[in-house]
Ligand binder design. Structure first.
Ligand code: FES
Ligand code: ZN
Ligand code: ZN
Length: 312
């Protein structure tokens, strides 16, 4: 099939036509830069930290953030750093970290790696069977709490104004549906291209430049740009609630093109209402009495999990 814009062979078929390699790369980058501008995800004077794992999403967002800064004559060396969390997932994370280190060296972005083991005393593989002992929960709940905790804590240490993440359209559509199925309006109000409802000194704002990019588009972009990555998935990713939602949405998307985009667009139309609703009854944020990080209870979730391990 030929490209809709020129005579070259198309590499992807999108709702509005087919695109060849060069036209797809142009379309993809344009979409990301437009998202950054429209939602004001990056400000000229801000110091930015990209949350990276070595996977296709995080390396794509790191590469394009750097490109955006250069395009807008913003100093990369003064404004951009990368931060990775090593959860301690055997036979997976150690490989993606090798790719990540190479990528950051090649693109001259300073990289900080923090680990569950060093910070919390156990790897994810060791911790979740203890923490989830009395439930049938898989590792994702522990992983999510500790990852967010360490990212926020170390982003503050690095003195950055914002954390940039590689969340794509598929991730967002899944999160929206998960929150609807679980009636979790408080968590839903925190979604969107810019996370959070309230600004708070203890939280660093998180932003998502790949918000409107489908997962298959990110994968193709990373492939065409020749990023040296393994495209592997977390070995636990097939086990959680999210995976069932992902399968359902992929099935719907296959049958009815545009489903994921429709979910995200209708969510964005109602997000201001949701956020207003949350602002009426703000959750009290306090400092955790153990670690002084943000918490809505006396002891934060990360410290509570750590305590469970120490008492086991
Ligand atoms: Fe849940 Fe990796 S721990 S996907
Ligand atoms: Zn073309
Ligand atoms: Zn704490």
């Amino acid at each position: 099939m030929p490209c809709s814009k020129c005579q070259y062979q198309a590499v992807i078929s999108l709702q509005h036509g087919n695109l060849c390699k060069n036209h797809f790369i142009g379309y993809f980058e344009d979409k990301v830069f437009k998202t950054i501008n429209k939602y004001q995800l990056i400000d000229r004077n801000e110091k930015l930290c990209v949350a990276v794992s070595g996977g296709k999403d995080s390396l794509t967002v790191l590469y394009l953030t750097k490109k955006y800064l250069e395009k807008n004559s913003i100093s990369v060396s003064n404004n951009l750093v990368a931060l990775a969390v090593d959860e301690g997932i055997n036979n997976y994370r150690e490989h993606t970290l090798v790719d990540l280190k190479k990528f950051c060296t090649e693109h001259k972005v300073p990289l900080t790696i923090v680990s569950f083991q060093e910070e919390l005393g156990k790897t994810l593989d060791q911790a979740y069977p203890i923490i989830n002992k009395d439930t049938n929960k898989r590792p994702c709940n522990v992983c999510g709490v500790w990852r967010r905790y360490l990212l926020n804590k170390h982003a503050k240490k690095l003195g950055v104004d914002k954390v940039i993440t590689g969340h794509n359209l598929d991730d967002e559509a899944q999160a929206i549906i998960m929150n609807i199925f679980k009636a979790n309006t408080t968590l839903a109000a925190r979604l969107g291209p810019i996370s959070g409802v309230h600004e708070h000194d203890l939280f660093i704002q998180r932003v998502k430049p790949l918000y409107f990019c489908a997962e298959k588009e990110v994968r193709l972009y990373a492939l065409l740009k020749n990023f040296q990555i393994k495209f592997s998935e977390c070995p636990y990713s097939k086990e959680g609630y999210r995976h069932h939602i992902q399968e359902m949405l992929n099935d719907f998307e296959h049958k009815y093109k545009g489903t994921k985009q429709g979910i995200v667009n209708s969510f964005l139309a109602t997000l201001p209402l949701l956020q207003n609703h949350e602002k009426q009854a703000p959750q009290a944020i306090q400092q955790c009495s153990k670690c002084q990080e943000a918490s809505n209870k006396d002891i934060c979730n990360a410290c509570a999990m750590k305590e469970t391990i120490q008492n086991a």
